[in-house]
Design a protein around this ligand. Structure first.
Ligand code: ASP
Length: 342
C-alpha cells in the first residue's frame, strides 16, 4: 500500500450526514464538519484526507443530472492533485448517480468510490463508520504505486461493487445493494479480499476526459401485462422524448399484439432510441430467444443485454448529446463502455 494516499472526500448529502429535526422528526442534511467530528477513527488512517462539501447537501431523491455534472466537475478539478475519491451520497439513488458518473469519466485511472449508510453517522448502531472507513481504505489501495481500483465503485456493507452494475434492493437491511450480474470487486472481512479477475484493468495513457453534457429527455416504461394501447401510445408521443428504457419481461420479452409492436416501431422511425432492458434484477435480455422478443429485434430495439436500468438510463443520457445516427447509436449502446454490460 502506498503510504500516504491523498483522498478527496466529497459530501453530497444522504442519511450518512443527517440528523433528526427535533420538531418534525424527519431526517435532514447537516453540516459536513460536524459529520467528520463524529468519526475520530479517520485520524488513525495513514491517508491524507481532504474534504469538499456540496453547498446544499441533499437527500439523493432530490439529485438529478445537473448534480451529476457538478459532481463530475469537482472530480475533474481535483483529479491530478488526489490519488482517490470517496463520494458520500444517499443510498436511494446512489446507483443512478454512480452509473452516470462512470460514463462521464472517460479514461478514469483512479478510484472513485461511492458510499453512504442506512443509519445516520450519529446513530448508535450506524453502518456509516465501517462504510466510510473502508471506502477510504479502498480508495487509497495501491500496488507498486498503481491504484488497485481504476473505476467507479460502490462500497456498502462489506462489499465493493462495480457501481454501474448495482441496484438498491433493500430499504431497511444494511445490505442494501446487489450486483446480480457481476461479482464484487472486493470483499471486506478481517482482510480486504481483492477479486482480481473482476477488476477493470483497461490500460490507458490517455488523460481523463470528462463529459459535461447529459440529456434528460428520457424515460423508463415498465411493462405490465395489462398495459393499455392508449397508455403506451400516449407515452410514446410525449413531445420531447428522445430515448426510452423499455423494461420488459424475463429475457427481454413483451406482448406480440400488432398494436404494441406498431406503436414501438413508429416511435423508432421517429428517431426515438428504445432500449430493451429486463425488469428482472438478474440475468440478461436475449432478443430472439422466444417468439415474444423476435418482433422487438426485427423493429430494431437496442439490446440492453444484462445492463441494469440505472446504468441504462445513465448511458442513454450520456450518449444522446453525441447526436449519433440510429444504427451507430445502437452499436455503441450495445457495446460495454465502462464494464456495465457483458
Ligand atoms: N433518503 C436517503 C437518501 O438517499 C437514504 C440514504 O441516504 O440512504 O439520500
Amino acid at each position: 500500500m502506498k503510504k500516504q494516499a491523498k483522498i478527496l472526500l466529497i459530501y453530497t448529502g444522504g442519511t450518512i450526514g443527517m440528523i433528526k429535526d427535533p420538531i418534525t422528526n424527519s431526517l435532514k442534511a447537516f453540516n459536513f464538519d460536524q459529520l467528520l467530528s463524529k468519526i475520530p477513527e479517520l485520524k488513525l488512517l495513514s491517508h491524507h484526507i481532504e474534504t469538499y462539501s456540496f453547498s446544499d447537501p441533499k437527500d439523493s431523491s432530490d439529485f438529478d443530472h445537473t448534480d451529476y455534472i457538478d459532481l463530475a466537475k469537482v472530480i475533474e478539478a481535483h483529479y491530478d492533485a488526489f490519488d482517490g475519491f470517496v463520494v458520500l451520497h444517499g443510498s436511494d439513488t446512489m446507483s443512478y448517480t454512480a452509473s452516470a458518473i462512470s460514463f462521464m469519466l472517460e479514461n478514469l485511472s483512479k478510484p472513485v468510490i461511492f458510499t453512504g449508510s442506512q443509519l445516520p453517522i450519529g446513530d448508535l448502531r450506524t453502518d456509516a463508520k465501517e462504510n466510510l472507513i473502508t471506502s477510504i481504505q479502498v480508495a487509497g489501495l495501491y500496488n507498486k504505486d498503481k491504484p488497485v481500483i481504476k473505476e467507479v465503485g460502490l462500497y456498502f456493507e462489506y462489499k465493493l461493487y462495480r457501481a454501474n452494475r448495482t441496484t438498491k434492493i433493500n430499504a431497511e437491511h444494511f445490505e442494501a445493494f446487489e450486483s446480480l450480474n457481476y461479482p464484487p470487486l472486493i470483499e471486506s472481512g478481517v482482510n480486504l479480499k481483492i477479486n482480481k479477475p473482476s477488476l477493470r484493468d483497461v490500460v490507458t495513457k490517455k488523460p481523463l476526459k470528462v463529459h459535461h453534457e447529459l440529456d434528460n429527455r428520457v424515460m423508463i416504461i415498465k411493462l405490465f401485462p395489462s398495459l393499455a394501447k392508449e397508455t403506451l401510445e400516449h407515452l410514446l408521443e410525449t413531445p420531447h422524448i428522445r430515448g426510452i428504457i423499455l423494461e420488459t419481461f424475463g429475457s427481454g420479452n413483451s406482448k406480440t399484439e400488432t398494436w404494441f409492436t406498431n406503436a414501438l416501431d413508429q416511435a423508432i422511425k421517429k428517431g426515438i432510441h428504445i432500449v430493451n432492458v429486463t425488469q428482472c434484477s438478474g440475468g440478461s435480455v436475449e432478443m430472439g430467444k422466444y417468439e415474444t422478443s423476435e418482433q422487438l429485434k426485427k423493429i430494431g430495439l437496442i439490446d440492453g443485454k444484462d445492463i441494469t436500468t440505472e446504468a441504462a438510463i445513465g448511458k442513454l443520457m450520456y450518449m444522446l448529446p453525441k447526436k449519433l445516427e440510429y444504427n451507430v447509436f445502437k452499436t455503441i449502446f450495445e457495446t460495454s463502455l465502462r464494464g456495465e454490460m457483458k
